[in-house]
Ligand binder design. Structure first.
Ligand SMILES: Cc1cc2nc3c(=O)[nH]c(=O)nc-3n(C[C@H](O)[C@H](O)[C@H](O)COP(=O)(O)OP(=O)(O)OC[C@H]3O[C@@H](n4cnc5c(N)ncnc54)[C@H](O)[C@@H]3O)c2cc1C
Length: 464
């Protein structure tokens, strides 16, 4: 069969690939998207979306437990873990199906199969029916990533879980160990802890959520501990002894190794890029620690070959992948493309309390040589937060003292994953402290705390 020819072939239909494909088609390119497993990638099927569905169930459960505080009665509280998981899988399925409709609407050719680069703009796809040959001047690698498996801590689907197992648990953990306190580890810790699992989190670095501002990590840690979570920082899981109904973890803390018994372990120690089996070596594509090396326009150095999203490295976030997808499609279509600035990509963690940030932490801003002004505003000073029964939280802003540039914003508390976008827009528009102070924030809203945090940095705060 003759090779089908396209203007652009996208490999992988995650938030990087499917967005690149749709944007390319919108710009008049003839686009094919090859996907080996599921439209929507990890994000829609096994990442962002199903975790948020689970966490929503935990949030509602937590609120029901607090019903008395709101003058309400909720008795005989309980949950059905299978039904909670069923809802989460249903949400993922609905969204994954939606990508198929978007592809049809935008006339993107979907090819279900495993793609390999065959050189000179050729892509070979192994499908159920055999091998299909495709060609295009431009190929976009958007093959994503998978869970990192550390020797001895590998998931087994029974007692030691990766994120995929934790999203469709074979049992409800009673005593849970979470290895790693990045966003994925902490979200699962929060979910299972809220549903009653006795949860321990082990973090090798000196604090939980180690990429966040130190003050925010400390605040979040206290909240987790108040909810009964045990947090071990500067600690390392050295070994897991597995048996049918339990796992004995050897945990090194302060130079001593102690054994602790759990019935379930979630290993959340990072991710590795899907770079194998693509034919990258024969094309001379540079790979650094499982990630394709690219320039700021996602070019790999091989003519017409781009890499976007998780396979192209940190930050491993869906919105970074999608933004790169749009940029690459525009570049291919001959439009003016804007590189994505890593410091403008917000990170959100949907634990209880939520955590969100953008830009430099206070420490990083100082390290970069900025003279800083820092503002802080606690949730307890905000009317809406108190009315919602969510008075625990903090909003911190970091400015350059000389120029008034907003260098970073860091938040912990209810709904901060929605609030952060205000600062993201501010940063994109290169706003100064003056603009932010002159902006009128609606009352009563949680967003007023964003205003107050800025006012605090310049000694003008009203409500504390
Ligand atoms: C539990 C969890 C929770 C997360 N929560 C969030 C969150 O709240 N917010 C956020 O921003 N990010 C979150 N992430 C990260 C987010 O899922 C990823 O950053 C995002 O999915 C990356 O998109 P991508 O398009 O680069 O790759 P992926 O989504 O991984 O998609 C890559 C696709 O390529 C396909 N593929 C791979 N190789 C081939 C091949 N050879 N041929 C054909 N197809 C191939 C794969 O099947 C896959 O569908 C989470 C991740 C996890 C695991």
């Amino acid at each position: 069969m003759a090779a089908q020819t396209f203007d652009m072939i996208v490999i992988g239909a995650g938030p990087g690939g499917y967005v690149a494909a749709i944007r390319g088609a919108q710009l008049g390119l003839k686009v094919a998207c090859v996907e080996r497993e599921h439209l929507g990638g990890i994000c829609l099927n096994w990442g962002c979306i199903p975790t948020k569905a689970l966490l929503r169930s935990a949030e509602v459960f937590h609120l029901m437990e607090r019903a008395g505080e709101f003058g309400l009665k909720a008795e005989n509280l309980g949950y059905d873990i299978d039904a909670v998981v069923k809802r989460s899988r249903g949400v993922a399925k609905q969204l994954s199906g939606g990508i198929g409709h978007l592809f049809k609407k935008n006339k993107v050719t979907t090819i279900m199969g495993e793609a390999t680069l065959a050189g000179n703009g050729k892509v070979s796809v192994k499908t159920d029916k055999g091998t299909e040959e495709l060609t295009a001047k431009n190929i976009v690698l958007a093959t994503g990533a998978r869970a990192r498996q550390l020797p001895g801590l590998e998931g087994d689907g029974k007692r030691v879980w990766t994120y995929k197992d934790a999203l469709q648990p074979p049992h409800m953990p009673k005593k849970l160990l979470v290895i790693g306190s990045g966003a994925i580890g902490i979200e699962f810790a929060s979910f299972y802890n809220t549903l009653g699992a006795e949860t321990t989190v082990v973090e090798v670095l000196d604090r939980v959520l180690p990429v966040e501002d130190a003050e925010i990590s400390a605040f979040a840690k206290k909240s987790f501990q108040k909810q009964g979570m045990k947090i071990l920082e500067k600690s390392m899981v050295k070994q897991l002894d597995r048996s049918a109904d339990k796992v004995v973890a050897h945990i090194e803390s302060g130079g001593k190794v102690e054994k602790h018994t759990f019935d379930t372990v979630i290993s959340a120690v990072g991710i590795v890029g899907n770079v194998e089996g693509l034919g990258l070596e024969s094309l001379g594509v540079k790979v650094d620690r499982t990630h394709v090396v690219t320039d700021e326009f996602c070019r790999t150095g091989v003519d017409g070959l781009y890499a976007i999203g998780d396979v192209a490295g940190a930050p491993w976030l869906a919105h970074k992948a999608s933004h790169e997808g749009v940029m690459v499609a525009e570049l291919i279509a001959g439009k003016h493309a804007h590189p994505v600035k890593p410091e403008s990509i917000a990170g959100c963690t949907y634990c209880n309390p939520q955590v969100a940030s953008v830009g430099l932490t206070e420490a990083k801003a100082k390290e970069a040589g900025h003279d800083v002004k820092v503002g802080r505003f606690p949730f307890i000073g905000n009317g809406k937060a108190i009315a919602l029964g969510e008075a625990q939280g903090l909003i911190k802003t970091v400015f350059d003292a000389k120029t008034g540039e907003l260098l970073g914003a860091h938040m912990v508390g209810a709904e901060v994953t929605e609030l952060i976008q205000g600062y993201v827009i501010g940063q994109k528009l290169e706003t100064t402290e003056q603009d932010l102070m002159e902006t009128v924030f609606p009352h009563p809203t949680l967003s007023e705390m964003m205003h107050e945090s800025v006012l605090d940095a310049f000694d003008r705060v009203i409500h504390i």
